[in-house]
Design a protein around this ligand. Structure first.
Ligand SMILES: Cc1ncc(COP(=O)(O)O)c(C=O)c1O
Length: 439
């Protein structure tokens, strides 16, 4: 089939090829087939624009086919693409220097390809340095689909694949909309929840706690933001037990929340930071950052994390361009400003529609939770589904998280390059979609 110029009427052939040859890997496939993408839009084969409020898979912070990224890829691939894993190159060392100069205490950088891979490397670092192996994560976490990362992923897909890593523990993430522990006024008492959770961890641990791995905003878990103060309290729990704190900023890193990294709001530095999705702005690039002391100790102990694409020059050059554009175009500040506009619009929709139970998140990583009514806060999965479909019909792609105990939450994360007009148009479509879905 000629992918460049799909002929009209290939629909049946296309879907029969899908049915015959594409291995189903989880999501229900979108019926509109995408032919190209540019800026905040993807276009189906008929040329119909669809506003992409999920930034691809929560990654395209610069929108699609950003001219600077296109230029970098074209230029770099013609000069230096991929190398033997033990060879270094200028883009790799420059990106390591650039990332390693951002936060004191996170100077050493390893460049990899995917989010799961970066978390595997982070967990292996924590294990070798502490000499321990138990890993704690949030019960709604998503850290990736490979062995160690999947063992620390609790939001989905644990059944059917045999044993997870020995020493995998989960604690509940603090959820202000559905608090498990409350103060007298009904608000979330996260400190008591955290104390309670760690008492359970301690009772199960065999004395081998190596690391806690956390997203500062649990994204796949339903846009659950760790309240201010929580990360510092979690850091203390880790320090008391000699565990390392790993923060996974796959989605929150590189400006999306209005800081370069989400943890900077809290004034807490992790022992290990992982970046992925947003770092390559949609191309496969990830990074692990840690302190000189941890890197030194790991090296002494013989740390190895060797992959085919470790330190590849092409994605590193892309990462450098992403950092350049983020800085040059003031996109961290833009995430704050555009995020405030989007949030105000979502709150206005919440005033109009009883079905929007909660609006939450930070910067341009926002969530709206769809409920049957405000009093019960019962998730309305069917309404969420209809809203998603109505939005798509009108040209807006929004991703919904549907986890049994988590509710029905739209993750709204437009590119940081989205214009005010695009944000307003997205809000307008959302309003029409909710209206239509209620009928
Ligand atoms: C927070 C977080 N960490 C890690 C991953 C895994 O990244 P990848 O799919 O690139 O392996 C994801 C993917 O959705 C994620 O959201």
């Amino acid at each position: 089939m000629d992918m460049a110029a799909p002929a009209a009427g290939t629909d049946t052939e296309f879907w029969s090829s899908v049915s015959d040859h594409v291995l189903r890997y989880g999501p229900r496939f979108e019926q509109r087939v995408i032919g190209r993408a540019e800026g905040s839009y993807v276009y189906d084969l008929a040329g119909q624009p669809i506003l992409d409020f999920t930034s691809g898979q929560m990654s395209a912070v610069l929108g699609h086919s950003h001219p600077d990224i296109v230029r970098t890829v074209r230029d770099q691939i013609g000069r230096l693409d991929h190398l033997f894993s033990g060879m270094l190159s200028l883009p790799v060392v420059e990106l390591s220097k650039r990332l390693g100069s951002l936060v004191p205490g996170l100077e050493k950088v390893l460049l990899l390809s995917t989010g799961a891979e970066s978390n595997e490397a982070a967990l292996r670092l924590a294990k070798i340095v502490t000499g321990k192996y138990e890993v704690v994560a949030f019960s709604r976490s998503w850290h990736g689909m490979t062995g160690g990362a999947a063992a620390a992923t609790y939001s989905t897909s644990r059944r059917g694949y045999g044993p997870a890593a020995v020493g995998s523990f989960a604690i509940p993430a603090p959820n202000p909309y559905r608090p498990r522990f409350t103060h007298a006024d009904g608000s979330l008492d996260w400190q008591t929840e955290l104390d309670d959770a760690f008492a359970l961890v301690d009772s199960q641990s065999t004395g081998n706690l190596a690391a806690f791995i956390a997203e500062p905003i649990l994204s796949s878990g339903g846009i659950i933001e760790l309240p201010l103060g929580y990360l510092a309290a979690l850091r203390k729990k880790c320090d008391e037990r000699g565990m390392l704190l790993i923060l996974d900023e796959a989605q929150t890193g590189v400006g999306r929340t209005g800081h370069m990294f989400a943890f900077q709001r809290d004034g807490v530095t992790p022992d290990i930071l992982t970046l992925s999705k947003t770092l390559g702005a949609g191309l496969p690039l990830s990074a692990v950052l840690t302190s000189r002391a941890i890197e030194e100790r790991a090296h002494e102990l013989g740390f190895v994390f060797l992959t085919t694409h470790v330190s590849d020059p092409l994605p590193a050059a892309v990462g450098l361009t992403v950092m350049d554009v983020i800085e040059r175009d003031g996109l961290i500040e833009r995430a704050r400003v555009a995020g405030a506009r989007l949030r105000a619009g979502l709150e206005a929709l919440q005033q109009r529609f009883e079905g929007i139970g909660d609006v939450r998140g930070r910067g341009l990583l926002l969530g709206i939770e769809i409920v049957t009514d405000r009093a019960s806060r019962r998730p309305d999965l069917a309404l969420g589904d209809r809203i998603g479909a109505e939005a798509m019909n009108r040209g807006l792609s929004m991703n919904i998280v549907k986890l049994p105990a988590m509710g029905s939450v739209f993750r709204i994360a437009p590119p940081l390059t989205a214009t005010d007009a695009e944000i307003d148009r997205g809000l307008e479509i959302m309003g029409e979609a909710i209206e239509a879905a209620r009928r």
